[in-house]
Write a protein that binds this ligand. Structure first.
Ligand SMILES: Nc1ncnc2c1ncn2[C@@H]1O[C@H](COP(=O)(O)OP(=O)(O)O)[C@@H](O)[C@H]1O
Ligand SMILES: [Mg+2]
Length: 393
């Protein structure tokens, strides 16, 4: 008879980490969600080699105290949930208290953090989940977390990684989706030193769409806004003539969270019935909102699957909002309105808004996320950094 044994802590942690941390993009998603939950208004993502060797996320959010730093990396440690009852109405992106524990279990992590008004920041290095000592560190307000050598201690997972470019693209998709879910936050992505995405964070969904999905897509959109009971749907849909070959541009958010939902997809496509050429799909960026207790986000560790308490109400809200907008589009007065809408954001205006945003300092470090040292620039406790730009790996 085989012996039944409880797994040691390290092995159990590696298994649990596998669910949350599948690839660099899942690391980026968790860390960006933390930045958003921390109330950041600007976030910078830097990655090298698809994020496998180097992924750094800098935010200007609420930061953590030196005492909190090591606690944040414990499993089931969270500031976002207290009791089981809280699970019924989750208002933050994170709540499982797993991400930092999982990420640090399979990589080398450096974290720097300072709370607003805090005299001094702190830094902590973790290697395979094992924390070093918390050290005082001069750093900007907010949090910088640098994840290196992902999966260095789980070769089985490493084997499944795609080419760097594929991993980098997956990270870019995560950043894009989060930028669209939070137009009030400026997101910047640097891929191997190149800026490939930068949203202005001016609170306008259309500016975020413009910056993240491109001018042509933004120009093919019309606005929608409607509600049925407690459920509202608003955002943008493609005009019927601008059908897409795939569903890749069907982007839905539920209470600010990107979701994959066949129900929402069906509601959208049903509203376009007989309006699109055969084989073409509508595109959209739609924010659906409803009372928190009408949606269960705790279905899967990745939190992209949700359950609706009232599926019909959700379907109807999206279906009728989209259908009404498309019907109105066919009425003679509509084209003029659309012209107005397009005029709300010309390319020049967008560039002006983006330039204005670029002038604003990111947190207290002048828009340069490179103001912190890499790990190989050994930080002396209490030092204020004016460090060089990243040199790779
Ligand atoms: N960027 C950040 N800024 C401030 N606090 C953070 C940040 N990232 C993580 N934390 C803190 O660490 C805790 C644990 O994070 P995490 O493991 O992602 O779990 P969760 O987000 O589910 O709470 C969070 O609840 C939060 O208090
Ligand atoms: Mg989290």
């Amino acid at each position: 008879m085989p012996e039944i044994r409880q797994l040691d802590r390290h092995t159990a942690e590696l298994i649990a980490a596998g669910e949350v941390v599948e690839r660099p993009a899942s690391v980026a998603k968790e860390l960006l969600e933390n930045a958003i939950d921390a109330g950041a208004s600007a976030v910078v993502v830097e990655l090298e080699n698809g994020g496998l060797t180097y992924l750094r996320i800098t935010d200007n959010g609420c930061g953590m105290t030196p005492e909190q730093l090591p606690v944040a990396f414990l499993r089931h440690a969270t500031s976002k949930l207290r009791t089981a009852e809280d699970l019924a109405a989750i208002g933050t992106l994170g709540f499982r208290g797993e991400a930092l524990a999982a990420i640090s279990a399979v990589s080398r992590v450096d974290i720097y953090s300072r709370t607003p008004g805090g005299l001094e920041g702190a830094m902590l290095h973790l290697e395979g989940g094992v924390p070093g000592a918390v050290e005082a560190a001069g750093c900007p307000e907010g949090t910088t977390i640098c994840v290196r050598d992902l999966f260095y201690n789980t070769p089985a997972r490493m084997k499944f990684m795609k080419k760097d470019t594929a991993e980098a693209t997956a990270v870019a998709n995560v950043v894009t989706h989060l930028a669209l879910s939070h137009p009030d936050i400026s997101f910047k992505l640097l891929r191997d030193g190149q800026e490939t995405l930068h949203t202005p964070g001016d609170g306008q969904l259309l500016s975020a769409v413009y910056a993240a999905l491109g001018r042509d897509f933004a120009k093919s959109l019309m606005p929608i806004h409607g509600a049925g009971g407690d459920v509202t749907a608003q955002g943008f849909i493609t005009v019927p003539l601008a059908g897409h070959g795939t569903r890749a541009r069907q982007i839905f958010f539920v209470n600010g969270r990107l979701v994959k939902s066949q129900l929402l997809q069906a509601a959208l496509e049903e509203a376009y019935r007989n309006r699109l050429l055969k084989g073409k799909y509508p595109g959209c960026v739609i924010h659906v909102t409803m009372p928190r207790d009408m949606v269960d986000v705790n279905v899967h560790p990745a939190k992209t699957v949700v359950k609706f308490a009232a599926e019909k109400a959700v379907f109807d809200a999206v279906y009728y909002t989209v259908k009404d907008a498309l019907d109105a589009e066919n009425r003679p007065a509509a084209p003029a309105q659309r012209q107005d809408f397009y005029r709300t954001m010309t390319a020049e205006e967008y560039r002006a808004a983006a330039a204005e945003q670029a002038k604003k300092p990111l947190g207290s470090y002048g828009g340069r996320s490179a103001a912190l040292p890499l790990h190989d620039v050994a930080p002396t406790p209490g030092q204020t950094f004016t460090a060089p730009a990243p040199q790779g790996g």
